[in-house]
Design a binder for this molecule. Structure first.
Ligand code: 13P
Ligand code: SF4
Length: 366
Protein backbone atom coordinates (compact mmCIF):
# COMPACT_ATOMS: atom_id res chain seq x y z
CA UNK A 1 0.00 0.00 0.00
CA UNK A 2 1.31 3.44 -0.94
CA UNK A 3 1.96 5.57 2.18
CA UNK A 4 1.11 9.27 1.73
CA UNK A 5 3.94 11.61 2.64
CA UNK A 6 3.60 13.97 5.58
CA UNK A 7 3.22 17.49 4.25
CA UNK A 8 6.03 19.97 4.91
CA UNK A 9 3.49 22.65 5.92
CA UNK A 10 3.29 21.17 9.41
CA UNK A 11 7.07 21.39 9.80
CA UNK A 12 7.53 24.88 8.39
CA UNK A 13 6.01 26.32 11.56
CA UNK A 14 8.08 24.21 14.00
CA UNK A 15 10.17 26.10 16.52
CA UNK A 16 13.87 25.20 16.25
CA UNK A 17 13.92 23.44 19.62
CA UNK A 18 11.02 21.20 18.70
CA UNK A 19 12.53 20.43 15.30
CA UNK A 20 15.76 19.37 17.04
CA UNK A 21 13.90 17.04 19.38
CA UNK A 22 11.95 15.49 16.53
CA UNK A 23 15.17 14.93 14.54
CA UNK A 24 16.66 13.06 17.50
CA UNK A 25 13.52 10.99 18.02
CA UNK A 26 13.26 10.04 14.34
CA UNK A 27 16.94 9.15 14.19
CA UNK A 28 16.59 6.89 17.21
CA UNK A 29 13.73 5.06 15.47
CA UNK A 30 15.63 4.72 12.19
CA UNK A 31 18.89 3.57 13.80
CA UNK A 32 21.43 2.33 11.25
CA UNK A 33 18.90 2.48 8.42
CA UNK A 34 19.80 6.15 7.87
CA UNK A 35 23.19 7.82 7.75
CA UNK A 36 23.56 11.62 7.80
CA UNK A 37 26.36 12.98 5.64
CA UNK A 38 27.15 16.67 6.17
CA UNK A 39 29.33 19.05 4.21
CA UNK A 40 31.51 21.41 6.25
CA UNK A 41 29.47 24.44 5.18
CA UNK A 42 26.34 23.09 6.77
CA UNK A 43 24.74 25.30 9.40
CA UNK A 44 25.51 24.43 13.02
CA UNK A 45 21.95 23.41 13.92
CA UNK A 46 22.10 20.69 11.25
CA UNK A 47 25.82 19.85 11.42
CA UNK A 48 25.41 18.72 15.04
CA UNK A 49 23.40 15.71 13.79
CA UNK A 50 26.03 14.51 11.30
CA UNK A 51 27.27 10.92 11.38
CA UNK A 52 29.98 11.72 8.84
CA UNK A 53 31.40 15.05 7.68
CA UNK A 54 33.81 16.03 4.95
CA UNK A 55 34.74 18.01 1.88
CA UNK A 56 33.26 16.93 -1.42
CA UNK A 57 35.95 14.32 -2.17
CA UNK A 58 35.74 12.74 1.26
CA UNK A 59 31.94 12.72 1.15
CA UNK A 60 31.96 11.09 -2.29
CA UNK A 61 34.19 8.31 -0.94
CA UNK A 62 32.12 7.95 2.23
CA UNK A 63 28.92 7.68 0.20
CA UNK A 64 30.43 4.74 -1.66
CA UNK A 65 31.37 3.02 1.60
CA UNK A 66 28.26 3.33 3.78
CA UNK A 67 25.80 0.47 4.04
CA UNK A 68 22.72 2.33 5.31
CA UNK A 69 19.53 2.11 3.34
CA UNK A 70 19.05 5.92 3.39
CA UNK A 71 21.85 8.44 2.77
CA UNK A 72 20.45 11.73 4.01
CA UNK A 73 22.70 14.31 2.40
CA UNK A 74 23.00 17.63 4.17
CA UNK A 75 24.83 19.45 1.43
CA UNK A 76 23.81 20.57 -2.05
CA UNK A 77 22.19 18.87 -5.02
CA UNK A 78 25.33 17.76 -6.90
CA UNK A 79 26.66 16.08 -3.74
CA UNK A 80 23.46 14.05 -3.32
CA UNK A 81 23.69 13.09 -7.01
CA UNK A 82 27.24 11.83 -6.52
CA UNK A 83 26.09 9.85 -3.47
CA UNK A 84 23.35 8.28 -5.57
CA UNK A 85 25.74 7.33 -8.36
CA UNK A 86 28.48 5.92 -6.12
CA UNK A 87 26.31 4.10 -3.58
CA UNK A 88 24.93 0.59 -3.95
CA UNK A 89 21.74 0.02 -5.95
CA UNK A 90 19.58 -0.62 -2.87
CA UNK A 91 20.63 2.66 -1.21
CA UNK A 92 18.58 5.81 -1.49
CA UNK A 93 20.11 9.29 -1.59
CA UNK A 94 17.98 12.08 -0.13
CA UNK A 95 18.37 15.87 -0.14
CA UNK A 96 16.17 17.34 2.63
CA UNK A 97 15.39 20.48 0.57
CA UNK A 98 15.42 20.22 -3.21
CA UNK A 99 16.12 23.95 -3.45
CA UNK A 100 19.60 23.38 -2.02
CA UNK A 101 21.48 23.76 -5.30
CA UNK A 102 24.90 25.23 -6.06
CA UNK A 103 24.88 28.52 -7.95
CA UNK A 104 28.27 27.75 -9.46
CA UNK A 105 27.12 24.35 -10.73
CA UNK A 106 24.21 26.13 -12.42
CA UNK A 107 26.63 28.30 -14.42
CA UNK A 108 27.26 25.40 -16.80
CA UNK A 109 24.68 23.13 -18.37
CA UNK A 110 24.67 20.39 -20.97
CA UNK A 111 23.27 22.57 -23.76
CA UNK A 112 26.02 25.15 -23.31
CA UNK A 113 28.82 22.61 -22.94
CA UNK A 114 27.60 20.72 -26.01
CA UNK A 115 27.56 23.94 -27.99
CA UNK A 116 31.04 24.73 -26.75
CA UNK A 117 32.25 21.30 -27.89
CA UNK A 118 30.62 21.81 -31.31
CA UNK A 119 32.35 25.16 -31.72
CA UNK A 120 35.64 23.64 -30.62
CA UNK A 121 35.10 20.96 -33.26
CA UNK A 122 34.78 23.67 -35.91
CA UNK A 123 38.11 25.17 -34.87
CA UNK A 124 40.12 22.08 -33.86
CA UNK A 125 38.32 19.42 -35.98
CA UNK A 126 38.89 16.53 -33.55
CA UNK A 127 38.53 17.89 -29.98
CA UNK A 128 38.31 14.34 -28.60
CA UNK A 129 41.97 13.87 -29.58
CA UNK A 130 43.10 17.30 -28.40
CA UNK A 131 41.08 18.42 -25.35
CA UNK A 132 40.27 16.65 -22.10
CA UNK A 133 37.03 17.91 -20.57
CA UNK A 134 37.47 18.24 -16.80
CA UNK A 135 34.46 19.05 -14.68
CA UNK A 136 34.67 20.24 -11.12
CA UNK A 137 32.52 17.96 -8.96
CA UNK A 138 30.33 21.05 -8.44
CA UNK A 139 28.35 20.27 -11.59
CA UNK A 140 25.25 18.38 -12.63
CA UNK A 141 25.38 14.65 -13.36
CA UNK A 142 24.82 15.14 -17.10
CA UNK A 143 28.04 17.18 -17.30
CA UNK A 144 29.92 14.43 -15.52
CA UNK A 145 28.38 12.07 -18.09
CA UNK A 146 29.62 14.36 -20.87
CA UNK A 147 33.13 14.01 -19.46
CA UNK A 148 32.74 10.26 -19.15
CA UNK A 149 31.72 10.05 -22.80
CA UNK A 150 34.54 12.26 -24.08
CA UNK A 151 37.46 10.67 -22.21
CA UNK A 152 37.27 13.29 -19.47
CA UNK A 153 37.24 13.25 -15.73
CA UNK A 154 35.85 14.87 -12.57
CA UNK A 155 38.00 16.79 -10.08
CA UNK A 156 37.53 18.28 -6.64
CA UNK A 157 39.35 21.11 -4.92
CA UNK A 158 41.58 18.51 -3.25
CA UNK A 159 42.73 16.57 -6.27
CA UNK A 160 42.61 19.18 -9.07
CA UNK A 161 46.46 19.21 -9.48
CA UNK A 162 46.63 15.42 -9.89
CA UNK A 163 43.66 15.44 -12.24
CA UNK A 164 45.23 18.14 -14.41
CA UNK A 165 48.40 16.01 -14.70
CA UNK A 166 46.24 13.06 -15.70
CA UNK A 167 44.49 15.17 -18.33
CA UNK A 168 47.69 16.59 -19.84
CA UNK A 169 49.27 13.13 -20.02
CA UNK A 170 46.51 12.23 -22.45
CA UNK A 171 45.78 15.33 -24.50
CA UNK A 172 47.38 18.72 -25.06
CA UNK A 173 44.53 20.94 -23.84
CA UNK A 174 41.94 21.03 -21.07
CA UNK A 175 38.40 22.42 -21.06
CA UNK A 176 37.78 23.14 -17.37
CA UNK A 177 34.26 23.85 -16.10
CA UNK A 178 32.42 25.41 -14.35
CA UNK A 179 34.86 27.20 -11.98
CA UNK A 180 37.38 29.41 -13.72
CA UNK A 181 39.17 30.20 -10.44
CA UNK A 182 39.96 26.63 -9.43
CA UNK A 183 41.13 25.94 -12.98
CA UNK A 184 43.30 29.05 -13.14
CA UNK A 185 44.89 28.52 -9.73
CA UNK A 186 45.63 24.88 -10.50
CA UNK A 187 47.15 25.76 -13.88
CA UNK A 188 49.12 28.63 -12.34
CA UNK A 189 50.64 26.27 -9.75
CA UNK A 190 51.72 24.07 -12.64
CA UNK A 191 53.51 27.04 -14.22
CA UNK A 192 51.12 27.33 -17.13
CA UNK A 193 51.43 30.96 -18.29
CA UNK A 194 48.33 33.04 -17.56
CA UNK A 195 48.05 34.02 -21.23
CA UNK A 196 47.68 30.32 -22.10
CA UNK A 197 44.63 30.04 -19.85
CA UNK A 198 41.78 31.84 -21.56
CA UNK A 199 38.22 32.36 -20.37
CA UNK A 200 35.45 30.68 -22.35
CA UNK A 201 32.29 32.80 -22.05
CA UNK A 202 29.42 30.40 -22.75
CA UNK A 203 27.10 33.27 -23.65
CA UNK A 204 29.24 34.35 -26.59
CA UNK A 205 29.91 32.60 -29.88
CA UNK A 206 33.14 30.59 -29.72
CA UNK A 207 33.33 31.60 -26.07
CA UNK A 208 34.24 35.13 -27.19
CA UNK A 209 37.61 33.85 -28.45
CA UNK A 210 39.30 33.94 -31.82
CA UNK A 211 40.28 30.65 -33.52
CA UNK A 212 43.90 31.65 -32.92
CA UNK A 213 43.31 32.09 -29.16
CA UNK A 214 41.58 28.70 -29.01
CA UNK A 215 44.44 26.98 -30.88
CA UNK A 216 47.07 28.55 -28.64
CA UNK A 217 45.34 27.97 -25.26
CA UNK A 218 46.43 25.22 -22.89
CA UNK A 219 43.38 25.59 -20.63
CA UNK A 220 39.96 26.92 -21.60
CA UNK A 221 38.41 28.18 -18.38
CA UNK A 222 34.64 28.24 -18.24
CA UNK A 223 33.32 31.61 -17.10
CA UNK A 224 31.84 30.42 -13.80
CA UNK A 225 32.49 31.24 -10.18
CA UNK A 226 31.24 30.72 -6.64
CA UNK A 227 29.09 33.55 -5.31
CA UNK A 228 30.55 33.07 -1.82
CA UNK A 229 34.25 32.92 -2.68
CA UNK A 230 34.07 35.83 -5.13
CA UNK A 231 33.57 38.08 -2.08
CA UNK A 232 37.17 37.59 -0.89
CA UNK A 233 39.65 40.16 -2.11
CA UNK A 234 43.39 40.66 -1.93
CA UNK A 235 42.77 44.00 -0.13
CA UNK A 236 41.20 42.07 2.79
CA UNK A 237 44.42 40.10 3.17
CA UNK A 238 46.63 43.20 2.91
CA UNK A 239 44.66 45.05 5.58
CA UNK A 240 44.68 42.06 7.94
CA UNK A 241 48.39 41.44 7.50
CA UNK A 242 49.12 45.04 8.55
CA UNK A 243 47.34 44.40 11.83
CA UNK A 244 48.61 40.81 12.25
CA UNK A 245 52.16 40.70 10.84
CA UNK A 246 52.71 37.16 12.20
CA UNK A 247 49.27 35.92 11.15
CA UNK A 248 48.63 33.21 8.57
CA UNK A 249 46.19 33.28 5.66
CA UNK A 250 44.44 30.23 4.26
CA UNK A 251 41.96 30.20 1.39
CA UNK A 252 39.79 27.90 -0.67
CA UNK A 253 40.89 27.65 -4.35
CA UNK A 254 37.49 28.89 -5.52
CA UNK A 255 38.81 32.31 -4.47
CA UNK A 256 40.33 34.50 -7.18
CA UNK A 257 43.96 34.22 -8.24
CA UNK A 258 45.10 37.29 -6.29
CA UNK A 259 43.61 35.94 -3.08
CA UNK A 260 45.20 32.52 -3.62
CA UNK A 261 48.58 34.01 -4.54
CA UNK A 262 48.60 36.12 -1.38
CA UNK A 263 47.54 33.29 0.93
CA UNK A 264 50.04 31.18 2.87
CA UNK A 265 47.98 28.06 2.26
CA UNK A 266 45.33 27.14 -0.32
CA UNK A 267 43.17 24.03 -0.23
CA UNK A 268 39.84 22.33 0.20
CA UNK A 269 37.55 22.71 3.21
CA UNK A 270 38.96 19.54 4.78
CA UNK A 271 42.51 20.83 4.17
CA UNK A 272 41.66 24.18 5.77
CA UNK A 273 40.28 22.49 8.88
CA UNK A 274 43.19 20.06 9.22
CA UNK A 275 45.82 22.76 8.67
CA UNK A 276 44.41 25.06 11.34
CA UNK A 277 43.85 22.20 13.79
CA UNK A 278 47.47 21.07 13.36
CA UNK A 279 48.91 24.59 13.76
CA UNK A 280 50.73 25.62 16.95
CA UNK A 281 48.76 27.08 19.85
CA UNK A 282 48.27 30.81 19.77
CA UNK A 283 48.49 31.19 15.99
CA UNK A 284 46.27 33.72 14.22
CA UNK A 285 44.38 32.84 11.05
CA UNK A 286 42.51 34.67 8.34
CA UNK A 287 40.30 32.26 6.42
CA UNK A 288 38.83 32.67 2.93
CA UNK A 289 35.97 30.23 2.83
CA UNK A 290 32.31 29.94 3.85
CA UNK A 291 31.16 31.50 7.11
CA UNK A 292 29.56 28.49 8.86
CA UNK A 293 32.83 26.58 8.59
CA UNK A 294 34.88 29.56 9.78
CA UNK A 295 32.58 30.23 12.77
CA UNK A 296 32.75 26.57 13.81
CA UNK A 297 36.54 26.51 13.58
CA UNK A 298 36.83 29.77 15.50
CA UNK A 299 34.86 28.24 18.40
CA UNK A 300 36.76 24.94 18.31
CA UNK A 301 40.15 26.65 18.31
CA UNK A 302 39.45 29.01 21.22
CA UNK A 303 40.69 26.60 23.94
CA UNK A 304 44.06 26.43 22.13
CA UNK A 305 44.27 30.21 21.99
CA UNK A 306 44.13 30.23 18.17
CA UNK A 307 42.17 33.03 16.59
CA UNK A 308 40.30 32.34 13.39
CA UNK A 309 38.86 35.26 11.43
CA UNK A 310 36.62 35.37 8.38
CA UNK A 311 38.21 37.09 5.36
CA UNK A 312 35.39 39.29 4.07
CA UNK A 313 33.90 42.25 5.95
CA UNK A 314 30.41 41.19 4.77
CA UNK A 315 28.47 38.08 5.74
CA UNK A 316 28.73 35.45 3.01
CA UNK A 317 27.29 32.04 3.53
CA UNK A 318 26.40 29.36 1.05
CA UNK A 319 22.79 30.49 0.96
CA UNK A 320 21.64 27.41 -0.91
CA UNK A 321 23.20 24.90 1.50
CA UNK A 322 21.70 27.01 4.27
CA UNK A 323 18.26 25.89 3.08
CA UNK A 324 18.81 22.52 4.71
CA UNK A 325 17.42 23.56 8.06
CA UNK A 326 16.25 21.53 11.10
CA UNK A 327 12.65 21.77 9.87
CA UNK A 328 13.45 20.11 6.52
CA UNK A 329 15.63 17.52 8.21
CA UNK A 330 12.90 16.64 10.73
CA UNK A 331 10.34 16.40 7.91
CA UNK A 332 12.59 14.11 5.86
CA UNK A 333 13.37 11.80 8.76
CA UNK A 334 9.80 11.54 10.06
CA UNK A 335 8.65 10.59 6.57
CA UNK A 336 11.25 7.83 6.53
CA UNK A 337 9.99 6.61 9.89
CA UNK A 338 6.50 6.48 8.36
CA UNK A 339 7.85 4.47 5.42
CA UNK A 340 7.81 7.31 2.89
CA UNK A 341 10.84 8.54 0.99
CA UNK A 342 10.71 12.25 0.20
CA UNK A 343 13.19 14.19 -1.97
CA UNK A 344 15.01 11.20 -3.35
CA UNK A 345 17.81 12.18 -5.73
CA UNK A 346 18.00 9.65 -8.51
CA UNK A 347 20.20 10.12 -11.58
CA UNK A 348 18.77 8.35 -14.66
CA UNK A 349 20.81 5.20 -15.29
CA UNK A 350 21.90 6.08 -18.86
CA UNK A 351 23.42 9.29 -17.46
CA UNK A 352 24.77 7.71 -14.27
CA UNK A 353 26.65 5.05 -16.23
CA UNK A 354 28.71 7.62 -18.14
CA UNK A 355 29.07 9.95 -15.15
CA UNK A 356 30.38 7.05 -13.05
CA UNK A 357 33.13 6.54 -15.64
CA UNK A 358 34.37 10.08 -15.04
CA UNK A 359 33.96 9.78 -11.26
CA UNK A 360 35.73 6.44 -11.09
CA UNK A 361 38.62 7.75 -13.17
CA UNK A 362 38.95 10.47 -10.54
CA UNK A 363 38.76 8.09 -7.59
CA UNK A 364 41.37 5.82 -9.15
CA UNK A 365 43.95 8.54 -9.65
CA UNK A 366 43.43 10.54 -6.45
P1 13P B 1 35.24 21.29 -0.90
O1 13P B 1 35.46 20.19 -1.86
O2 13P B 1 36.50 21.94 -0.46
O3 13P B 1 34.41 20.85 0.25
O4 13P B 1 34.47 22.44 -1.64
C1 13P B 1 33.17 22.28 -2.06
C2 13P B 1 32.55 23.57 -2.29
O5 13P B 1 31.48 23.65 -2.83
C3 13P B 1 33.27 24.75 -1.89
O6 13P B 1 32.54 25.86 -2.21
FE1 SF4 C 1 28.38 26.06 -4.62
FE2 SF4 C 1 29.74 28.17 -3.69
FE3 SF4 C 1 27.91 26.94 -2.16
FE4 SF4 C 1 30.24 25.76 -2.72
S1 SF4 C 1 29.93 27.64 -1.54
S2 SF4 C 1 28.23 24.80 -2.77
S3 SF4 C 1 30.56 26.45 -4.86
S4 SF4 C 1 27.54 28.07 -4.10
Amino acid sequence: MQVASISFDRFNVLQDQEAQERIRAARAKLGDRAVLLCHHYQRADVYQHADLTGDSLKLARLASQTESEFIVFCGVHFMAEVADMLSKPHQISILPDLAAGCSMADMANLAKVTRCWRELTEVLETPDDIITPVTYINSAADLKAFCGEHGGIVCTSTNAPTILDWAFERREKVLFFPDQHLGRWTGFKKSIPLEDMVVWDPDLEYGGLTPEQIRKAKILLWKGHCSVHQMFQESHIRRWRMQHPDGLVISHPESNLDVCRNSDYVGSTEYIINTIKAAPEGTQWLVGTELNLVNRLAEEMKPEGKTVQFMAPTVCMCSTMQRIDPQHLAWTLENLVEGKVVNQIRVPEHEAELARLALQRMLEVS
